[in-house]
Every structure is written in structure tokens, then in C-alpha cells.
Design a protein around this ligand. Structure first.
Ligand SMILES: [Mg+2]
Length: 136
């Protein structure tokens, strides 16, 4: 499994890499612009990302804009809904918020609340069928 980790805080990138290193090859980037660039380059190299963990508050391009950009790119490349990358926004925002929920549906994403705990992260991986095991 290949995972793109986008977060402007080095400690957050490191934490996610540590949690995931046993199950995935992780590429860390520091802002939304880099995330979009890496995503596109990987797509064209056929070494596509299975998952993008996207911080929301980042310089250059925030997580919401980067997410929208990635979904637009996939659409232009003819990626079907079944084959699009799993994108999980990592945020301090309450995922129960109406605006957050609407955004989540529009761009087919999911949310993981900071601080990221290993059990929550791995539950999301299972929910999105990125790991063996029941979605529970
Ligand atoms: Mg941030």
C-alpha cells in the first residue's frame, strides 16, 4: 500500500509515518500544492497512492483545495468512483459539523480527528478496505 501524507507540521508527518510504516510505503509532503504534485506524478508513473492523509490547515494550498484539485484531476483522467483514491482529511475540526459533512459528501472523503490515535487510524483503514479485516 502506498500512502501520501500531507501535513505542514514535521512532527505530525513523522507520527503518521511511524504508525503506518509496517503496513505501507509513505511519502511525506509539507503542503497542499506538493500533495497535488506528488499525487499527479504518482498517478502518471502507475505507482498510484491508495490513500492520501491530508491535513486541512496548510500553507500554499490548504487541504480542502488540494482535495478538490485531486478529485478534478481524477475526473479529467477518467478515474471511476470505484477506482478513485481514498482521501482522509486529518483535522481538528469536529466531523459532526454540517458544513464539514456536506464537504465530505461532495468530495467523497472522510475525516480523522487530531490527535491521531493508532486505533482510530487503523479503524479507518479497515473501513475503507485498505487492510484485511471487518469494517467494524
Ligand atoms: Mg497544518
Amino acid at each position: 500500500m502506498r500512502i501520501l501524507i500531507a501535513d505542514d507540521e514535521p512532527t505530525n508527518r513523522l507520527l503518521l509515518q511511524q504508525l503506518l510504516k509496517a503496513v505501507a510505503q509513505c511519502d511525506p509532503v509539507a503542503d497542499g500544492r506538493e500533495a497535488v504534485d506528488f499525487f499527479k506524478a504518482a498517478f502518471d508513473s502507475e505507482l498510484r497512492y491508495d490513500l492520501v492523509l491530508m491535513d486541512v490547515m496548510m500553507p500554499e494550498m490548504n487541504g480542502h483545495d488540494a482535495l478538490a484539485s485531486i478529485r478534478m484531476f481524477e475526473e479529467l483522467r477518467g478515474v471511476t468512483r470505484d477506482n478513485e483514491a481514498v482521501i482522509i482529511l486529518v483535522t481538528a475540526i469536529d466531523a459532526g459539523d454540517d458544513a464539514v459533512a456536506a464537504f465530505s459528501i461532495a468530495f467523497r472523503t472522510d475525516y480523522l480527528q487530531k490527535p491521531v490515535l493508532k486505533e482510530n487510524l487503523f479503524r479507518k483503514l479497515r473501513e475503507h478496505q485498505l487492510l484485511p479485516g471487518d469494517p467494524s
